[in-house]
Design a protein around this ligand. Structure first.
Ligand code: YH5
Length: 279
């Protein structure tokens, strides 16, 4: 399976690890509010050294309670990082944003995947992606980031997520974004209870109707707090187990903070997945 990028393709016949690079002032700060470019690039280069083939750069936190960020602030945070990483490395760069203006600037600076937790529903987002030639990750979310975890409700979470993603794939196709440029993502933790997350993760092979490759992110997420009562810094073993099970079900990309460990888990799971598929 090949994902079409603007000037090359990404071969997804072997699963990929997407390393998370948060460029918010709390992540790479010099102690004040100043964000340090050098520290962000060092962290990206370390994740690449550990086996990340995609780096996902985000300048806005989607956590409940986090302050909203203006378009200009978000651009000021992410564009220098994209430019510097593009100059240093041939890694595939993904921009994690909901804002069309940030998508446009990021793609002009060298980002090749738009990772949007709103699945390109913001006015203008579809056109920006269509015109840029970038690939896109369409993620399912119920509600808005600030309030999505208050009381998530579904009749059939798997069917509803699958239908939403199929509808967004259809909108992309209508806007001129071919399905070979699309990834789909069930959005673990985005307007979902623990039970909803577990339902989706145990049926990952059923979330993509159109054969679009599946991306999934569970790294350090609150579902492990709910399931295991583990603090954020104690969730790595759980995240590796679920990452492996995602790949075993055929997921193409895992989004993670702890790249070296996740690459090992993904490689083991894929070695078992390919042997099962041919039997
Ligand atoms: C995702 O799943 N997630 S940001 C809370 C945590 C730990 C991690 C308190 N962007 C996804 O990573 N993009 C995010 O513990 C994403 N898929 C895609 N495509 C949330 C996050 C996190 C939240």
């Amino acid at each position: 399976m090949l994902l079409a990028l603007p000037t090359r393709t990404l071969d997804l016949s072997r699963p990929k690890v997407m390393g998370i690079l948060n460029v918010t002032p709390d992540s790479f700060s010099d102690g004040g509010h100043h964000f340090e470019l050098g520290a962000a690039i060092r962290h990206a280069m370390q994740m690449i050294d550990e086996g990340a083939e995609i780096i996902d750069i985000g300048g806005e936190s989607t956590r409940p309670g986090s302050a909203p960020v203006s378009v200009q602030q978000e651009i000021d945070r992410v564009i220098p990082v994209i430019e510097a990483l593009r100059a240093e490395s041939g890694v595939v760069i993904s921009i994690d944003t909901m804002k069309p203006a940030v998508m446009r600037a990021a793609c002009a600076a060298g980002a090749e995947i738009v990772n949007d937790v709103m699945a390109l529903q913001a006015p203008g987002a579809l056109d920006v992606v269509a015109q840029s030639g970038a690939a896109a990750c369409l993620m399912h979310m119920q509600g808005q980031p600030q309030t999505m975890q208050a009381n998530p409700q579904y009749k059939d979470v798997l069917a509803e997520v699958r239908e939403f993603l199929a509808e967004r794939v259809g909108c992309c196709r209508a806007a001129g974004v071919a399905p070979n440029r699309l990834l789909v993502d069930p959005g673990i933790g985005f307007g979902k209870s623990l039970e909803h997350n577990l339902q989706l993760l145990s049926h990952l092979d059923q979330v993509s109707e159109d054969g679009c490759p599946v991306l999934v992110g569970v790294s350090r997420k609150s579902m492990f707090g709910a399931l295991l009562e583990r603090a954020v810094d104690e969730r790595l073993p759980a995240g590796l187990a679920v990452a492996a099970l995602a790949i075993w079900q055929g997921a193409a990309i895992v989004r993670a903070h702890d790249v070296r460990a996740t690459v090992d888990a993904v490689r083991c799971a894929h070695a078992l997945h390919v042997r099962r598929a041919v039997a």
